[in-house]
Design a protein around this ligand. Structure first.
Ligand SMILES: [Zn+2]
Length: 345
């Protein structure tokens, strides 16, 4: 079968791999699409400390069950599924308290295990028993839409971890794919005012079309005053940075109101010389809420949001590419060309 294999950082090749064999307590999924995430690009170009080569990247996976071992219960051949890309132990304290994204033994597809940029995926016994396949009940959703469950689940995790009210004023810094997905999750849960800070004019424009209530440019001094002006001089209740620079973190703390909440759900890339003023956490009694990825429960909630129609991700599908053109697709994502690029397999 065809697979895009990362031999080492910077060396991505289309190879022919052995077809996986489905054991008695395992399931085989024919991958239909895999959405390209920023993490895939980071791993493909720079590598990552814990990444083991050779590795098939891709963790935003949707497909169809084509084979099932006789002891694999709970699923049927032909079912369309989203693959929650984590296999966990089910026994540690984190697994027991439904925070299985923090499992001590977690294995992540596209990272510790092979992921979605290949034709078939074997779901091992622990994955079948751990119910990592979310069966899609709504036939109207296409595979491209289904592949958004994973990034949506990460937004569900951060927003469920924050204390939000419909009257909370939320500011999102960065209007790319994750920024818009956070907007959609916030609107689905009834948040009335979601504002966007984004440097790119085109993205500000499309941000308004996608549902942001107001959009702002990037001049920092102006923004602080502008956010004050729309929040009765108080500042934002909640800020979620959705871009990797430390400047966003700095800005977030400046525009938060006293007792505001900072939702911190994706890593910051360190840039020399930028030091966020963390004393603001103390002076303003800011709550910093961190989340990492998503649990199975978050992925099920994200699936329900898509299936109910409360969230529509269709406007975010910008490009489809073939597996042979994965490198080109990664270029689209790297250059912020559209919101998302999906590999059709
Ligand atoms: Zn565990």
């Amino acid at each position: 079968m065809k697979a895009a294999v990362l031999e080492k950082a910077g060396k991505l090749e289309i190879n022919d791999l052995e077809m996986p064999v489905c054991g008695d307590d395992e399931i085989l999924v024919k991958i239909k699409v895999c959405n390209i995430g920023k993490m895939d690009i980071r791993c493909a170009t720079l590598g990552q400390r814990d990444l083991v080569y050779p590795r098939v990247l891709g963790r935003e996976i949707a497909g169809i069950i084509t084979q099932k071992g006789k002891e694999a219960v709970g699923y049927q051949v032909g079912q369309r599924v989203h693959v929650h890309p984590k296999i966990v132990c089910g026994k540690c304290e984190y697994c027991k308290e439904r925070s299985d994204n923090l499992c001590d033994q977690v294995q992540i597809m596209g990272f510790n295990l092979d992921g979605g940029f290949q034709e078939f995926l074997r779901i091992p016994s622990e994955g079948v028993k751990g119910k990592i396949l979310n069966v899609i009940d709504n036939d109207d959703l296409n595979f491209g839409e289904i592949s958004f469950i994973e990034p949506l689940a990460c937004c569900v995790n951060i927003q469920d971890s924050l204390k939000l009210k419909p009257s909370s004023v939320m500011v999102i810094i960065g209007g790319g794919r994750m920024g818009v997905l956070n907007l959609l999750v916030a609107k689905a849960s009834g948040i009335k005012k979601v504002l966007l800070i984004e440097k790119n004019e085109e993205r500000r424009k499309s941000g308004l079309e996608l549902g942001f209530d107001e959009v702002f440019g990037e001049k920092q001094e102006d923004i602080i005053e502008q956010i004050k002006a729309v929040t009765k001089d108080q500042g934002a209740d909640v800020v979620i940075p959705c871009c990797p620079g430390p400047n966003a973190l700095n800005l977030a703390m400046k525009i938060l109101r006293k007792k505001g909440q900072l939702g911190y759900f994706s890593g910051v890339i360190n840039e020399e010389g930028v030091q966020p003023d963390i004393n603001l956490i103390h002076y303003k009694e800011i709550s910093v809420i961190g989340t990492y990825g998503s649990s199975r429960a978050h992925s099920r909630k994200a699936k329900a949001l898509l299936e109910s129609g409360k969230i529509n991700v269709k406007p975010l599908i910008s490009h489809y590419v073939s597996l042979d053109d994965l490198a080109l697709g990664m270029e689209y994502v790297k250059n912020c060309d559209g919101y998302s690029t999906i590999v059709k397999i």
